[in-house]
Design a protein around this ligand. Structure first.
Ligand code: PHE
Length: 460
């Protein structure tokens, strides 16, 4: 890497080691989406058939958008909005709106994500006094319900989460994020493998039921609505469609192989989700839980697995600590979008930008935090605020953002720029990959997103 380039990156706060940016990107992708959301959404939508659509969306839609975002961010070395302004050759066209929509999506996701993260934090303490640690579904369900129906507990845990995220963000990019993520991801992986092994060995009949639930497809369950949810989950899990990866791409170094590294991130993310599925579904059948029990699934099932293994309590504490790290890594990347934007565009310090962002979130987030208690009957489109934030962000905002990112890269930025970005200005010999990517990002990704969005919204 040349000197000018190095200086340019460092002045914006780069990651300390060359692999650091990739690790942090993985830290953004792997989060509650893998261990909390993926299992319960797969459970609600029929398991295996859903899984197939989800994997196809990840490869044909999620990965191309991720490559696009990282390439754009690395080229422009700026936040999502400035990136679109800098790289847009047609100055009159408002492509920066992608960044603005992304900042909005970040708020919408954070509003409910901080609440779920709050549950995870709370469970660290619940496991210390073993409440909820039981193989009896009624006990674990009650422990969870007690938590989420208490307005004060919900709010306070959300504030704790916002406070911790603020501190990490204020400390800056490389020190905070990279250090935590580097040991968090491998440890989480080991932990999920341990839980999966225990879950798979609980009871042979339950194991085969769990496995066939996850891997034997029943396509009668697939409608457009489910396909949209699968695609939305692919966006959410890879943190794409809203500029997070543009912002993180701006910290990637110029000699990193984007298609190869992003594919590694995608495969690791998929592996963690599948392992989470293997950890949860055999146990669901072994203890008599309901596979479609929704947002509570992880919180009621995993403690039951721990209750049936030696040193279960210690494992449970460790698991929730790791899960809280995973959630925090993802939240940092979410908040980074509006904070980087406010910081760079309005010349407002990181400190002030972070405080303003988090205070706003405490306000909007309370609507989600109180969705299981005092605001349980406050619904729009028949959804509580929690569910509404979740649905709108994953199934509308991210796909729409991703659609425009793909169109921008494929049709406006164009082949020449794509080629230079993906072959690192001629130093990589990856002609075929560049051509395949260009074809997909032009013709496949946008078309699929449009069809699935229209189908999911009931147009045909
Ligand atoms: N991918 C993160 C997860 O799975 C969530 C996320 C979405 C983070 C969008 C950043 C942007 O938990």
């Amino acid at each position: 890497m040349n000197e000018k380039n190095k200086k340019e990156i460092l002045s914006r706060g780069a990651f300390a080691t060359s692999i650091g940016a990739v690790i942090a990107t993985l830290g953004s992708a792997i989060g509650l989406g893998n261990i909390w959301k993926f299992p319960f959404i797969a459970g609600e939508n029929g398991g295996a058939a859903f899984l197939i659509v989800y994997i196809a969306s990840t490869i044909l839609v999620g990965l191309p958008v991720m490559i696009s975002e990282i390439a754009l961010g690395r080229k422009a070395r700026a936040n999502a909005i400035t990136t679109m302004q800098k790289l847009n050759p047609k100055k009159g066209q408002p492509w920066w709106l992608i960044g603005a929509l992304g900042a909005l999506a970040a708020f919408t996701i954070m509003a409910f994500y901080t609440e779920v993260a709050g549950w995870v934090y709370a469970y660290i303490f619940k496991s210390l006094n073993t409440s909820g640690l039981s193989t009896n579904p009624q006990v674990t369900e009650k422990a969870f319900t007690d938590l989420i129906t208490s307005p004060w507990q919900s709010l306070i845990w959300q504030w704790v989460v916002l406070g911790i995220v603020s501190v990490i963000i204020i400390k800056g990019v490389s020190k905070g994020i990279e250090r935590v993520t580097k040991f968090m991801i491998p440890s989480l992986l080991v932990m999920v493998v341990i839980i999966a092994i225990r879950s798979l060995t609980l009871d042979p009949v339950a194991t085969s039921k769990g496995l066939s639930f996850l891997f034997r497809p029943d396509f009668s369950k697939l409608g457009w609505d489910v396909v949209l949810i699968a695609m939305g989950l692919a966006f959410f899990k890879l943190s794409v469609g809203m500029g997070t990866m543009i912002t993180y791409g701006s910290y990637w170094q110029n000699d990193q192989n984007i298609p190869y590294r992003t594919a590694t991130v995608m495969l690791s993310d998929l592996a963690v989700s599948l392992l989470a599925g293997l950890a949860i579904f055999p146990a669901v059948f072994a203890f008599g839980f309901e596979p479609a029990s929704g947002a509570s699934l992880m919180f009621i099932t995993i403690p039951a697995v721990f209750a049936s293994m030696p040193f279960g309590q210690i494992f449970m504490v460790l698991f929730f600590i790791l899960a809280s790290f995973a959630a925090t890594g993802a939240m940092i990347s979410l908040i980074e979008v509006p904070v980087a934007y406010i910081n760079e565009n309005f010349n407002i310090s990181r400190l002030k930008a972070t405080i303003a962002t988090n205070l706003t979130l405490a306000l909007i987030g309370s609507l989600a935090a109180l969705s299981n208690s005092v605001l349980a009957d406050f619904k729009l489109f028949d959804l509580t605020m929690f569910d509404l934030f979740d649905y709108v962000s994953s199934n509308l905002m991210l796909p729409i953002g991703g659609l425009f990112i793909a169109i921008f890269v494929g049709w406006i930025w164009g082949k020449k720029n794509i080629e230079a970005a993906l072959n690192n200005a001629g130093t990589l010999n990856n002609h075929v990959i560049v051509n395949v990517f260009t074809f997909i990002v032009r013709f496949i990704t946008p078309v699929l997103i449009i069809i699935i969005l229209l189908g999911g919204l009931g147009v045909f």
